[in-house]
Ligand binder design. Structure first.
Ligand SMILES: Nc1ncnc2c1ncn2[C@@H]1O[C@H](COP(=O)(O)OP(=O)(O)OP(=O)(O)O)[C@@H](O)[C@H]1O
Length: 731
């Protein structure tokens, strides 16, 4: 007996080693493959998004794209790293249990089969329900996150309009809509956990009751009987894990499918495509030949009607017209952001459709209506203008690069204000450049355009935010640049327009007039009325500048305004931004006890529920040792002599009844703990996110020095409280 026991003990050791090795290998493999696949998927997805045409971005919000990159890809990663291995392991366990059960004794296996069926049904329906509710929670939460992200990114606007309360209310109502399905899914999970914890006792009751009958008849041994009981318990237990894992895997597949569809989506304007002509040296003649445009996102409206005009090379062409007349649409067509629905846009008499897109865009620089800067230094922002072409081609010394950046800044009249900043060209401009004044942002974006070795300069109301003095200087820079480039400028200011060689007046998507300033003034059409409106709109300083350039009154007024802005920026720069990293450290260093105390404090309204949950947890914990005691008693009874089989049957019936009772208690206590904790967890999570958001909304404007992503991360921190309480349930 000793030697046999030794042998089997050794088998256990071998088994333990084998289990350790295979689980280690499978976890590591799945983990690394998951990470690698997700990295590749994220890269491919971002690249696919970057190659889409503008029409795509008209119908897909940035929030949607970032949610896909973050949440959906996380789901895919989780599916690959953990759910796939869980589902496979659980399926293998279940199949083995089923086979062993039939090998041991088929009659007992048949009696126990309904347990498997019941668990499969509970697992599949419960799992499907959980996934369904979870999807609703995800949709509502991502709506709340987009709202939070948008509000935090536009803190100045929110503060200026005083709509913090309104936004906080909207955020809270999104969270409330997410709470109900959240509680429903947690309750369903609690039900499934309760079932899986009641199953072992139920199976023991059924196995021992049925097997004792076959045992008394001498059809089955004690060993086969206990093996069957243990195997069925293990098999029934894992079924509950297969279904949620399989459901998660199917969500993984569907998330991956959506991402793969986007990756496979071919763009008509793919900047990464190598097709198209790109050999020509560019002179810079731009011509519109009967061009019409309908935006894909609003296909019931013709924005441009058979527009024809020419912008001669090395000359300044000004486009003007009332708002909505189609000026920016013309620029969008030259950049090939959209495709014309009829007619041709030509560069040096070649249809731009036949040219390589990235090369074509490389010939131009665009300064848009809203000067957008990247969250980097001024130096890096100006350098972005030439990165697409130079980085690949030429290796230059830092001094050469620096000289070019400074020269571009000088051309855009930006060098003076940059060097006056404490950190000069190394000044961080903040999110979207908000740490600079509007005019300063515009000058930097002009410098970013001028640093390019370009043929066509597109200015879409690019100098509208400049004060009169800066505008006059930038105007000189543009005129100089125009000698080397074709310049197309959309402007409202007369002072900008009157220096142009060619003027195109747009009206309701059509070219109303074109010619030089003097030509079209003489025609007495749209232009003079626009000029008059312009003079009224611009006020005295602009009018004076237009008629006599040496008036200083308006310039001084504008300068004072500009200095005021600069002083504010200086002020903001001097204020040390709140140290987010410290704040994060503070959160991290709260420690388990203080975090728990914090959670308990914020959960005070749910004390009765929490106490109920705790009591249920303790009772649930007692069930397992109770089960073991009865199990030992059963084994003792099974060793009774054949003469006392009558007593054996009676005792086994009693123990089967006790097992049934334990199953009932386990089910109720696990359910009670799960539901109580689910409810209070959701409440706590909602309350914390709400409070965190309100406190962010009530910060002063200087808080916008926090990066929005840091603030949204703070909101995510509050989500972790959910996990803490979930862990509590497990403890
Ligand atoms: N991406 C778009 N999708 C759908 N319609 C658009 C889009 N962009 C512009 N439009 C519409 O096209 C028309 C012309 O717009 P566009 O921006 O070219 O006018 P604009 O003359 O430049 O105006 P503003 O001077 O105010 O900038 C407008 O009616 C506008 O609503």
């Amino acid at each position: 007996m000793r030697s046999k026991l030794d042998k089997y003990t050794l088998y256990y050791v071998y088994l333990a080693i084998a289990i350790f090795v295979v689980i280690y290998v499978s976890t590591v493999e799945f983990y690394y493959s998951g990470k690698r696949i997700i990295r590749a998927l994220r890269n491919a997805y971002l690249k696919a998004i970057l190659r889409q045409n503008m029409a795509y971005f008209d119908t897909h919000s940035p929030g949607e794209i970032s949610t896909r990159i973050m949440s959906d890809m996380n789901l895919v990663q989780e599916g690959i790293t953990s759910k796939a291995s869980i589902a496979l392991t659980a399926f293998a366990t279940f199949a083995t249990a089923f086979v062993i059960n039939f090998i041991m004794y088929w009659k007992t296996a048949l009696v126990l089969s309904p347990t498997f069926v019941a668990m499969v049904v509970i697992g599949s329906f419960g799992g499907a329900y959980v996934v369904k509710q979870h999807k609703i929670v995800m949709a509502q939460s991502s709506q709340a996150s987009s709202l939070a992200e948008e509000a935090i990114a536009s803190m100045r606007l929110v503060s200026a309009f005083g709509i913090q309360e309104h936004i906080a209310g909207k955020y809270s109502s999104c969270l409330t809509s997410a709470r109900r399905p959240g509680i429903r899914s947690q309750n369903a999970i609690a039900g499934m956990i309760a079932c899986s914890n009641a199953v072992p006792s139920l199976v023991y009751a059924l196995t021992f009751w049925a097997s004792s009958i076959f045992f008394v008849r001498g059809e089955v041994s004690v060993a086969a009987l206990t093996t069957t009981a243990l195997v069925v318990v293990i098999g029934a237990f894992v079924i509950v894990r297969i279904d949620p894992a399989a459901q998660a895997l199917s969500s993984t597949v569907s998330s991956a499918e959506i991402s793969l569809e986007e990756i496979a989506r071919r763009s008509t304007q793919d900047p990464f495509a190598s097709s198209g002509d790109c050999s020509a040296t560019v002179k810079g003649d731009v011509e519109f030949r009967g061009v019409s445009l309908i935006y894909p996102s609003r296909d019931n409206r013709i924005v441009l009607h058979k527009v024809s005009f020419a912008c001669p090379a090395m000359k300044i062409t000004a486009i003007l017209g009332v708002s909505g007349s189609g000026k920016s649409s013309i620029v969008a067509l030259i950049e090939r952001f959209y495709e014309s629905t009829a007619g041709k846009v030509c560069l040096d008499r070649k249809d731009i459709q036949s040219l390589n897109l990235s090369w074509l865009r490389g010939q131009m620089a665009l300064v848009g209506q809203e000067p957008r800067l990247f969250d980097a230094t001024i130096f890096e922002n100006i350098r972005y203008g030439e990165l697409s072409r130079r980085e690949k081609a030429i290796q230059e010394s830092p001094e050469e690069i620096r000289e070019r950046v400074i020269s571009a800044a000088r051309k855009a009249n930006a060098d003076d204000f940059i060097t006056a900043l404490p950190e000069g060209y190394q000044t961080q401009v903040g999110q979207k450049g908000f740490q600079l004044a509007g005019g300063q942002r515009q000058r930097i974006s002009i410098a970013r355009a001028l640093i390019r070795n370009l043929s066509i300069l597109l200015l879409d109301e690019a100098i509208s935010a400049l004060d009169s003095k800066s505008e006059a200087t930038v105007q000189v820079a543009i005129e100089e640049a125009a000698r080397q480039h074709t310049t197309i400028i959309i402007a409202h200011r007369l002072s900008t327009i009157r220096h142009s060689d060619n003027i195109i007046v747009m009206s309701e998507g059509r070219v109303a007039e074109q010619g030089t300033h003097d030509d079209i003034v003489a025609r007495d059409g749209h232009y003079p009325s626009l000029v008059r409106a312009q003079q009224i709109y611009s006020g005295s300083s602009e009018g004076k500048l237009a008629s006599s350039n040496d008036s200083h009154e308006g310039i001084e007024e504008a300068e004072a305004h500009s200095h005021g802005k600069d002083a504010l920026v200086q002020d903001l720069n001097e204020k040390q931004p709140p140290d987010v990293s410290n704040f994060e450290k503070k959160i991290e260093s709260l420690g388990l006890t203080r975090t728990l105390a914090f959670n308990v404090k914020h959960n005070s309204k749910e004390y009765p529920l929490l106490i109920l949950g705790l009591c249920c947890s303790i009772i649930a914990g007692l069930a397992i040792p109770g089960q073991s005691v009865i199990f030992a008693k059963v084994l003792e009874t099974l060793s009774l002599h054949s003469l006392r089989y009558h007593q054996l049957r009676n005792d086994i019936d009693l123990y089967a009844g006790l097992f049934l009772m334990v199953a009932g208690v386990a089910f109720l206590s696990w359910l009670g703990a799960g539901v109580a904790f689910a409810y209070s967890t959701e409440k706590l999570s909602h309350r914390l996110r709400d409070r965190c958001f309100i406190s962010i909304m009530s910060q002063d404007v200087a808080s916008s020095l926090f990066k929005p992503c840091d603030l949204t991360r703070l909101l995510l921190y509050t989500l972790r409280t959910r996990n803490i309480l979930f862990c509590l349930t497990q403890i």
